[in-house]
Structure formats: structure tokens, C-alpha cells
Design a protein around this ligand. Structure first.
Ligand code: NAD
Ligand code: DAU
Length: 355
């Protein structure tokens, strides 16, 4: 028995693979294209571990998928691979359509071909778990209830539209072909190995480098933050006991405006790595032009997952963010290496020359 994980060298996928192998001996095959966001260093602790195999490749490569499925005969495919950054999707949406829509389609087709000829017992036990996002539901006003699984889809960015499309494909492959699928729609994750183009790691690395902390618009947009390892435990639980064809919202009941997040990061850095001049990192906060089409508020209603499958997050935001800031302080070499030439090009494109 084994599982196939797509996108396992990225932020959440790598945390998932590491947690999986820390808790079970069931082998993992990781398929990852190693885009700018994929980093084999995230999986470095698995080097020489016979339970893990890494394959560099594209989920859009049908021949490779057919080969991998035939060779490893996984009992489940966990689909994390995606282009994941909203700002990049605004600058260049095509990669998002290629990977999130076309790539997911190719993967579904390869998995369907593999699954449809499995012996009956293996066919019944097989699962395709699609990892998706709360952004497919659009944006909430301050008084709206949190997103439930029954909310209608209203994606607003090229990224969320491409993820919504993949969710619909997964749903259709279940409805039409009977493929045994599960979908999770999760809120904003944070934690170790988070690429520093996203809010929390960007603030940590910019603060330590003495650079401006760029807050979009008025900084009052709300996100619902979940520690990444809690997302991983939710995925394991849904894989184990989720009802076929169902979607499960995953969230931490932890809504916060962006400016509060940035202030919290600054306060932790003030405590753990005070600035040489004795001033707070808060003095580096700089309000910048807003993201086009910026969703104002996300919030997840995770009651279905709790009621049906008994899942709850283990971390509070206070414990999770402290661990996260400490991880970045302890892993300066990882941070330095991911801030390659390509990363610097992105920062110049998005923020101009300064930050
Ligand atoms: P990430 O950008 O850190 O990692 C994505 C990984 O996918 C990278 O390793 C990349 O190399 C790989 N990849 C990209 N295109 C590929 C392709 N064509 N073939 C094979 N591999 C490819 O993303 P993440 O934050 O770890 O997100 C993982 C999944 O979780 C995504 O599907 C995302 O939509 C979803 N999600 C993310 C969050 C979040 O807060 N980060 C929240 C909810 C859902
Ligand atoms: O909600 C789940 C989604 O969360 C995932 O599906 C996405 O893959 C993931 O990237 C994340 O999307 P966001 O757009 O919410 O995350 P990001 O970290 O890019 O931004 C979080 C908030 O912070 C958002 O309101 C924009 C704001 N922001 C972001 C950056 C990078 C800033 O104010 N300044 C910044 O420099």
C-alpha cells in the first residue's frame, strides 16, 4: 500500500508528507514539478528513507502519470499541486489555467483509467482527495455567516477561478464516472516552509532584513488562519473517513484583519529577536496600493468536519504563530536559499524596487 502526493515539495504538501511519514510507515510517492514554489529542501529530512520516493514531473504529463500509477499502484492520490499565489495569478493567469485546470483534468483522467480496471476490493477502497481553498466562495461582508459547504461558488481572482474549476471537475468525475473523490476547502494556512511571497513569511523575512512591511490597502481585510499541521491532520481524517463525493470545509475559527497579523508578527520578533536600535519592527509597516479585486473577508464554518469526523485544530493562533516565527528564526539558511534570483524578480515586479 502507498499513497501518491502531488505538489509534495510545496508548503502544505511537504508538511503533509513529513507528518504522514512521522505517523505511519505507509510509503509516499511525491510527484512535483519543482516550480519556483517547490523546494526539495523541504523534504531533506527524508533523504535515504526507503518509504519516500520523489519524482520530478508535471501533473499535466499523462504518460508520466500512467507510468507512476502502474508502477506504484497507490491506494490514494492526494492532489496538492497547484499554482497557489493570488498576486501571481493577477500578473500572469495562464500558468494557473494550465496547472490548476488542465493539469487537474489530466490527473483525473489518468487516475480514472487506473482506478477503473482495479480489482473490485481495491477499487472500492481507492480515494482521490482534492485539496482546495475557501477562496472559491468569494468574499464575505462583515455580517455574513462563515462559508458553509453549501455556499455558492463566486471566485473573484484568476487563482480562485482556476481552483473553482478544478473543484467542479472533481465533482463531475465523481458524478459521471463514479470516481471515489473527496474535496477539502481550507482557509489560509501558515507555518514552517511557507514560501515568503505570502503574507506571514514575507512579513517575517522583510522585518528581519530591515525592509518595509507592505500592507495592502487599509490592512482591514480578514482572513481565517489555520496552522498548516492542523490542515494536514484534517486531510488525513477526511481521507480516512470522509463520505465519498462530499466536500469538507477546513478552518481554525480564527478570523483576523491583516494588520493584526502584521502587528502580532512584529511583537513576537520584538520579543525573540529585538532590533539593535531598540525600536519596534512596527515602525517598518508601510501601507501600499491594494490588490486588484481584493476579497475583503474569508471565514470558514468547519462544523461539518467536526460533527461528522470529529476533527478539531490542535493549535490556537497564539501557539501556532509563535512556533512559526521561531521556525523562521531557526531556519535562516532555508530563507536565504529560497530568496533566489527568481524570488528577487518577483519582489521587484510586485512591490517595485524598495521592499
Ligand atoms: P505552494 O505553491 O507552496 O506549492 C505548490 C506545489 O505544487 C509546489 O511544490 C509546486 O512545485 C507544485 N506544482 C505546481 N505546478 C505543478 C505541476 N504542474 N505539476 C506538479 N507539481 C506542480 O502551494 P501550497 O500553499 O502548499 O498549496 C497547496 C495546495 O493547497 C494548493 O492546491 C492550494 O490551492 C491549496 N490551499 C492552499 C492554502 C494556503 O493557505 N496556502 C489554503 C487552502 C488551500
Ligand atoms: O484562503 C486560502 C488561500 O490563502 C489559499 O487558497 C492561497 O493559496 C493562499 O495563497 C492564501 O491566499 P491569500 O491571498 O489570502 O494569501 P496571501 O498570503 O497572499 O495574502 C493574505 C492577505 O494579506 C491578503 O488579504 C493580502 C494581504 N497581503 C499579502 C501580501 C503578500 C498584504 O497586505 N501584503 C502583502 O505583501
Amino acid at each position: 500500500m502507498s499513497i501518491l502526493v502531488t505538489g509534495g515539495a510545496g508548503f502544505i504538501g511537504a508538511n503533509f508528507v513529513l507528518d504522514w511519514l512521522a505517523q505511519s510507515d505507509e510509503p509516499v510517492v511525491t510527484l512535483d514539478k519543482l516550480t519556483y514554489a517547490g523546494n526539495l529542501e523541504n523534504l531533506a529530512s527524508l533523504q535515504g528513507d526507503a518509504r519516500h520516493s520523489f519524482v520530478q514531473g508535471d501533473i499535466g504529463d499523462r504518460a508520466l502519470l500512467d507510468r507512476l500509477l502502474a508502477e506504484h499502484r497507490p491506494r490514494a492520490v492526494l492532489h496538492f499541486a497547484a499554482e497557489s499565489h493570488v498576486d501571481r495569478s493577477i500578473h500572469g493567469p495562464e500558468d494557473f489555467i494550465q496547472t490548476n485546470v488542465l493539469g487537474s483534468f489530466r490527473l483525473l483522467e489518468a487516475v480514472r483509467a487506473f482506478w477503473s480496471v482495479l480489482p473490485e476490493a481495491e477499487k472500492t477502497a481507492f480515494r482521490f482527495l482534492h485539496v482546495s481553498t475557501d477562496e472559491v466562495y468569494g468574499s464575505l461582508s462583515p455580517s455574513d455567516p462563515a462559508f458553509a459547504e453549501t455556499n455558492r461558488y463566486e471566485p473573484n481572482s484568476p487563482y480562485s477561478a482556476s481552483k473553482a474549476a478544478s473543484d467542479h471537475l472533481v465533482r463531475a468525475w465523481h458524478h459521471t464516472y463514479g470516481l471515489p473523490v473527496l474535496t477539502t476547502n481550507c482557509s489560509n494556512n501558515y507555518g514552517p516552509y511557507h514560501f515568503p511571497e505570502k503574507l506571514i513569511p514575507l512579513m517575517i523575512v522583510n522585518a528581519l532584513a530591515g525592509k518595509p512591511l507592505p500592507v495592502y490597502g487599509d490592512g482591514m481585510q480578514i482572513r481565517d488562519w489555520l496552522y498548516v499541521r492542523d490542515h494536514c491532520s484534517a486531510i488525513r481524517r477526511v481521507l480516512q473517513a470522509g463520505r465519498l463525493g462530499e466536500t469538507y470545509n477546513v478552518g481554525g475559527w480564527n478570523e483576523k484583519p491583516n494588520i493584526d497579523i502584521v502587528n502580532t508578527v512584529c511583537a513576537l520578533l520584538d520579543e525573540l529577536r529585538p532590533r539593535a536600535d531598540g525600536q519596534s519592527y512596527r515602525t517598518q509597516i508601510t501601507y501600499v496600493k491594494d490588490r486588484p479585486g481584493h476579497d475583503r473577508r474569508y471565514a470558514i464554518d468547519a462544523r461539518k468536519l467536526e460533527a461528522e469526523l470529529g476533527w478539531k485544530p490542535a493549535e490556537t493562533f497564539e501557539t501556532g504563530i509563535r512556533k512559526t516565527v521561531a521556525w523562521y528564526l531557526d531556519n535562516a539558511a532555508w530563507v536565504a536559499r529560497v530568496q533566489s534570483g527568481a524570488y528577487r524578480d518577483w519582489v521587484a515586479t510586485q512591490y517595485g524596487a524598495t521592499p
